[in-house]
Design a protein around this ligand. Structure first.
Ligand SMILES: Cc1cc2nc3c(=O)[nH]c(=O)nc-3n(C[C@H](O)[C@H](O)[C@H](O)COP(=O)(O)O)c2cc1C
Length: 171
């Protein structure tokens, strides 16, 4: 099962990609939006939980699910797929913060996934409303990133995403 939380849709795109890869490898996969009360994990062989960071935090639906099912998750194959823009940058200080945000989430929920994968997200300027576009442009420009708001930028390394399936199979 892949459970995803998304704010602008990119984590859903990554999760769909992962589902397609898993199906190609012969697995049957349930892809579930975290806002529609996902089933308990014990019906599945492995669970991938994916979410994105906004203002330093993951979506609260992920927190609710992992808190409720942590014991089952900790006793099975489970993986945390964390999506952020920080993961797209080569900035040691920002990476330190990102790792701390992930650790805080795992500490708060008591969930101990087999591994966490930090995946680079996207800047979807054309999909944002005016305020979000403005805010993201200011932040990104200050950091020396892509700031042409007539375009979308996807930084996700799809080979890395594909590699998650292999890691789970080998685990
Ligand atoms: C309003 C806003 C706040 C964000 N805050 C953070 C942040 O604190 N740290 C980070 O690394 N990325 C941040 N991002 C980048 C998102 O994590 C990235 O765009 C990701 O692809 C979003 O995934 P989603 O479309 O599944 O929600 C932010 C993006 C937006 C639009």
């Amino acid at each position: 099962m892949i459970i995803y939380a998304t704010t602008e849709g990119h984590t859903r795109t990554i999760s769909e990609y992962l589902r397609d890869e898993a199906e190609k490898a012969g697995h049957s996969v349930a892809l579930i939006d975290s806002t529609v009360t996902p089933p308990a994990p014990d019906e599945f062989e492995a669970v991938i939980i994916a979410g994105s960071i906004h203002g330093g935090k993951y979506q609260s639906a992920l927190k609710h699910y992992t808190l409720e099912h942590r014991e089952t998750l900790n006793g099975m194959k489970s993986v945390f797929l964390s999506v952020s823009l920080t993961a797209a940058a080569d900035e040691p200080e920002s990476w330190k913060e990102l790792r701390q945000q992930t650790e805080d989430f795992l500490n708060e929920t008591g969930w101990q996934p087999a591994f966490t994968e930090q995946v680079a997200g996207a800047l979807l300027y054309t999909k944002y409303d005016f305020m979000k576009r403005f805010l993201m442009r200011v932040i990104t420009k200050r950091a020396g990133g892509d700031s042409d708001t007539s375009k979308d930028y996807v930084y996700t390394d799809w080979d890395q995403v594909r590699g998650i399936m292999q890691k789970i199979e080998q685990d």
